[in-house]
Design a protein around this ligand. Structure first.
Ligand SMILES: Nc1ncnc2c1ncn2[C@@H]1O[C@H](COP(=O)(O)OP(=O)(O)OP(=O)(O)O)[C@@H](O)[C@H]1O
Length: 600
């Protein structure tokens, strides 16, 4: 799909906003850039004019040897200075463009990070939102290039105007003829740039596939499987097939473009010679000097080049500006989970607990209820375990509890008041939570633990104590860099941990803050049986007074909980203590027996 004229104009409407963004990034650099560009825009006409006088003066001297040379030397000196200034200004503008571009990139990336942090998980699960975020993020370098394009375009338009003024002053017909003969070539430029853009856009998906193939074939992510399953030939062939078809499309388009644009440039050349003939006649009649001739010819030649460049850039600016729509739209997205104006103070201690009142939840991208008809109370100090098959809704329930989502129906109360009446930051401060898909930060061990309460990142004692509680301490203590040891394999000095070792490190995060509630969503799946037993033994000792929610598939762990909720297809099937549920002889008992039988 190409850009219509309308699309282009709409994209151009983003430019004032873009410009005010650039201005905010650095008023000083922007102003200097504009001033220098204006100078650079008018110097070329100055140079052509000085050239005219130099030639006229030199010819006058050849006709009359008695004339002094002073004037000629002065003109040559002026030209020398102008050229030097132009060269220096060109270098200064590249530097300013680069500096401003880098600051723009940094500031906009910062803005995106800050805004993204304010938004809810709900938004991240919406594919349109995600695409917008991705494009806004990926276009950072594009915005720096756009900056240079816009400034250069304005500069060239000023130069073009100065040339047009000179030609109109000589004879308005010159400009009328030149513009009409140049039109096919300019329109051709527009047309083919547009087509080129459409071609590139239509290849985006395929190019992404190429990136993906080269990633899986040559990165560490899939190295193990690629070798064991001997996949490299398969990936390389797939890569070749796609890349060849992209190359073919590009070659066909490129050849056609060269042929057609060569043909349509003929009228421009013819027009130039018509004008040339007209100007020469004036010289022969003696109404135009040789200097005047070179000024006019120089102006016309440069004008042609400038107009071609501007036409090309017009499209490039439109293409860059169209991505700004994604960028600005991204900042219009507002979080749906909001903080009330006068939030209730978080109870300390919690008195009656969290109550789910017929709570149901559907993910925005799904018609299925992930949780439905949840009715129960999580009492203060209680250890509650959630069990159920994959996809039963355990993690979703926990996400509702910490207000990563709001219920689609029903409500959750804390000490009798809707969770929405509390400050979301207070709620999260009171929760030590580790999810099954915790992040392995490619950072030092101490930071990996301090993630649980990043304000305490410099509190080494606290970090070590958290590590001791989660059994991570012996692992970290063995490493050469101890708590400053870089973890993961992305950086040179990094040490990779086993799955279970990572879990112990991540688990320490839950112990970093003195929260009233601790939530462990299958944080022990990669631990060996002894470690899991020890982790939970310690966990229940340490969290004696704390409220805890635990998700696990291991019944040896689950049975330690005060109460167990068995979830099935998002709904509560059973609720009770281990003994009660065993006595009922229903699903829990069945699953427990099944697992116990496996160990017999
Ligand atoms: N981000 C999401 N978008 C859409 N649907 C989701 C999303 N996350 C989970 N679901 C769906 O919601 C249902 C409940 O998922 P949930 O992750 O709560 O299950 P779970 O009991 O924790 O499973 P597991 O034991 O596999 O971790 C599943 O059917 C799942 O497909």
């Amino acid at each position: 799909m190409g850009l219509t004229v309308r699309d282009r104009l709409v994209a151009y409407r983003n430019l004032p906003k873009f410009f005010s963004l650039v201005w905010k990034v650095s008023p000083g650099l922007t102003l200097v850039n504009i001033l220098i560009r204006i100078l650079q825009a008018i110097i070329p006409l100055g140079l052509l004019s000085v050239g005219k006088y130099i030639i006229d003066e030199a010819i006058a001297i050849t006709h009359n040897r008695a004339l002094p040379y002073n004037h000629l030397w002065k003109l040559i000196a002026i030209e020398f200075i102008l050229i030097l200034v132009l060269i220096i200004l060109g270098k200064v503008t590249s530097l300013i463009d680069e500096l401003l571009g880098e600051r723009l990139t940094n500031d906009t990336t910062n803005m995106i990070m800050q805004h993204a942090a304010k938004l809810d998980l709900v938004q991240f699960e919406n594919s349109q939102f995600y695409d917008k975020l991705e494009r806004a993020r990926q276009q950072t370098s594009g915005r720096a290039i756009l900056l240079t394009h816009v400034f250069s375009q304005v500069q060239d338009l000023i130069t073009i105007t100065s040339y047009v003024v000179v030609l109109v002053a000589f004879n308005p017909w010159v400009i009328i003829i030149l513009l009409s003969v140049a039109l096919p070539s300019l329109l051709g430029e527009f047309y083919y740039n547009n087509k080129n853009y459409a071609l590139l856009r239509s290849q985006t998906q395929a190019r992404r596939e190429l990136d993906y193939l080269s990633l899986v074939a040559s990165s560490d992510v899939a190295a193990k499987e690629v070798r064991l399953f001997d996949l490299s030939g398969f990936f390389i062939n797939k890569f070749k097939k796609i890349s060849h078809s992209l190359y073919d499309a590009k070659r066909k388009f490129g050849v056609k473009r060269v042929v057609v644009s060569s043909l349509i440039s003929i009228p421009g050349v013819v027009g130039f010679y018509i004008v040339f003939f007209f100007i020469i006649q004036r010289v022969l009649q003696g109404t135009l000097t040789i200097g005047g001739l070179t000024l006019l010819l120089g102006t016309i030649r440069q004008l042609g080049g400038l107009m071609q460049n501007s036409a090309r850039r017009f499209n490039a600016v439109a293409q860059g500006a169209i991505y700004l729509t994604d960028f600005f739209d991204f900042f219009k997205i507002m979080p749906s989970i909001t903080i009330p104006n006068n939030p209730r103070p978080f109870p300390d201690p919690i008195v009656s607990g969290f109550t789910f009142e017929d709570v149901g939840f559907k993910y925005s991208n799904s018609d299925k209820w992930a949780n439905r008809h949840l009715n129960f109370t999580l009492r203060p100090g209680e250890k509650l375990a959630l069990v159920g098959e994959n996809g039963a809704g355990k993690t979703t329930l926990v996400k509702l509890l910490v207000r990563l989502y709001d219920p689609t129906e029903g409500r959750i109360t804390l000490d009798g008041y809707d969770l929405k009446e509390y400050n979301i930051e207070d709620i999260r401060k009171q929760m030590g939570i580790i999810f099954q898909d915790f992040i392995k930060y490619q950072m030092p061990a101490s930071i990996n633990i301090a993630i649980g309460d990043i304000a305490e990142v410099d509190e080494e004692k606290l970090i070590i104590s958290a590590a001791k509680q989660s059994l991570a301490h012996p692992i970290i203590d063995r490493m050469p860099g101890k708590y400053q040891q870089m973890l993961g394999s992305h950086f040179d000095t990094g040490v990779e941990l086993s799955g279970g070792e990572w879990q112990k490190v991540a688990l320490a995060r839950a112990y970093m803050r003195d929260s009233q509630i601790v939530i462990l969503d299958e944080p022990t799946a990669a631990l060996d049986a002894r470690s899991e037993y020890e982790v939970f033994k310690r966990f229940s000792d340490i969290t004696d007074k704390k409220t805890a929610v635990l998700i696990s598939h291991r019944f040896s762990t689950v049975r330690m909980a005060d109460r167990i909720i068995v979830l099935d297809k998002g709904e509560i099937l059973e609720i009770g203590s281990h003994e009660e549920l065993l006595q009922r002889g229903d699903r829990y008992a069945e699953l427990f027996e099944l697992q116990a039988a496996g160990y017999k």
